[in-house]
Design a protein around this ligand. Structure first.
Ligand code: G1P
Length: 290
């Protein structure tokens, strides 16, 4: 079955970015010229996804407004001949269907994904965590790579990346059964294990292609690490019944979910932007000695 839908959870409090995220959702913070979440939406579209389901916190409308049309702004830009900007603004609303579902209580990533159950229905779907900005310029987008693996192996597929041992406590970590080149057959998963308990150095990054069976698992998943309903715990239950694969994707991941990661992502993306030459000259001019 084709993967047509993607769920993008965007309902957290963004505590790492407070007070910036008191009124503005973290996913709306800019990375160079667009909000963080737009990178995930563009990746979804480039991967052939037709319907995007964004899970937002109740009472927060900035993300919905961002993907909605804005006739007054468009007219204003048109009247002034700002055609490039007009195109950029219109492009946002031309990404296919976007549906929004509300998460009333912040009970964790697994719970956020469960909110999309009715809209996803009985078909495989992608989950894309917008904090992980995945870029593979000139190549297949990361979600597209996972979809290819899903089609080839008929099992759920999770994006994996090797991390240093001291970082295992920041990620879901998998216990591999077998590894063949980039493909990993997963036996078990643990959410944020301390380094001495981590079953490997293969970390889950925020891209998944999931069998709809995950919803049954999420419905019975108890609160886990951090007191939250974890997607990793539901995947662990799924892996006991169905094949779950990991794929060491090709491409670069920027962690826009921490302050330092967000700053680094802005620098890296600025060095690839239209203003790269000027920005590079500025960085070179800085006195970077201690
Ligand atoms: C989530 C997942 C974790 C995964 C990570 C990737 O954690 O729970 O398994 O490794 O995303 O970014 P979070 O960063 O939301 O705490």
């Amino acid at each position: 079955m084709r993967v047509r839908k993607a769920v993008i959870p965007a309902a957290g409090f963004g505590t790492r970015f407070l007070p910036a995220t008191k009124a503005v959702p973290k996913e709306m913070l800019p990375l160079v010229d667009r909000p963080i979440i737009q990178y995930a939406v563009e990746e979804a579209v480039a991967s052939g996804i037709e319907q995007i389901i964004i899970v937002i916190a109740s009472g927060r409308s900035a993300i919905e407004e961002h993907f909605d049309s804005h006739p007054a702004l468009e007219r204003w830009l048109e009247d002034r001949g700002q055609i490039e900007l007009l195109r950029a603004v219109r492009r946002i609303t031309e990404v296919g269907t976007i549906a929004f579902v509300h998460q009333k209580e912040q009970l964790g990533l697994g719970h956020a994904v469960l909110m999309a159950k009715e809209l996803v229905g009985d078909e495989p779907f992608a989950v894309m965590l917008p904090d992980d900005v995945m870029l593979n310029p000139g190549g297949t987008p990361v979600t597209g790579q996972l979809i290819e693996q899903y089609s080839a192996h008929r099992g759920s597929v999770i994006a994996l990346h090797r991390v240093s041992r001291e970082d295992t406590s920041r990620y879901g970590i998998v216990a591999p059964l077998r590894e063949e080149h980039r493909l990993v057959e997963i036996g078990d998963l643990v959410e944020k294990p301390p380094p001495d308990e981590a079953p490997s150095d293969l970390a889950v990054l925020g891209r998944y292609i999931l069998s709809p069976k995950i919803f049954d698992k999420l419905e019975t998943t108890q609160r886990g690490a951090g007191g939250e309903i974890q997607l990793t715990d539901a995947l662990r239950a799924l892996a006991r019944e169905q094949p779950v694969f990991g794929y060491r994707f090709e491409g670069v991941r920027h962690d826009a979910g921490t302050r330092l990661g967000w700053l680094k992502a802005n620098v890296a993306l600025s060095l690839e932007s239209d203003e790269a030459d000027e920005f590079r000259a500025y960085v070179r001019s800085l006195d970077l000695r201690d």
